[in-house]
Design a protein around this ligand. Sequence first.
Ligand code: ZN
Length: 274
Amino acid sequence: MLEMEPFVDTHAHLIGGVDWKLMEEIAESGVLKQAWLMHCPCVSDNIPFADEDEVLECARRYPGLFIPFGYIDFGKGPGEVERLREKGFLGLKAISPLKPYNDESYFPVYAKAEELGMPILFHVGIISKGFWKRLKTPGFPGPGNMKPSMLDTIADAFPKLQLIQGHQGVPWLDELWESLFYYPNIRCSVCGLVDYEWLIRNLDRRCSFGATFSQRLMFGVDGLYGSRPHWQDILDTAVFTDEFFKRVGRTCNWGNSRRNFMAENAAALFGGGR
Ligand SMILES: [Zn+2]
């Protein structure tokens, strides 16, 4: 049995052809409180991702445990956000825009998300090599349209919209803390290419509105649910992060924030899960 606090995984994907027996085991294990499932119309290393219907099926089978995020196709405008909400998605994932995230032509999309109460997780910074070739929507934007500071304008213009920095925005990490310092509607889902030195230096920082960064940053893996080897990888990452707080954080204030980082900070958006 794992000696670990149950966690919320704030950035996850679902594999196509889900192993439902495994999902049942995960649901019963008690180790996962909640996972935010990002639909991504893409293929990664020849592994097919689940389509919209499979992501929603998973959320329907395990309500509160899996939270479905729909993929924003910026080319389709606010009507697409409405369609995703009506279909059952509760959050949105933004990635690879053809123009910078804070381009005003995207504001109707953000206005609709704010109106419908759908948080948006924005991929910020570095993106895996060749990703644009595997995405089923056209264009080759690269990471330059996905700088963390672009979220500031959106957070200002739509104060009721919840924005999530997906990853740490490498190589623009300094932009992360400026956004977190000023905006109570910006949080960070830490996963992917994690810079642990940055975490050690920044977890004890304080926001302009009083919270510490350890109350604004959230655990994530960016792993694949629905297949056994991938689930093991997710567990390994959770165990490592848990130990990081216990052992590396032992002499810092943030070392006491393990439960916040692993689960409680995320509860503000979709409840605490199971
Ligand atoms: Zn991802």
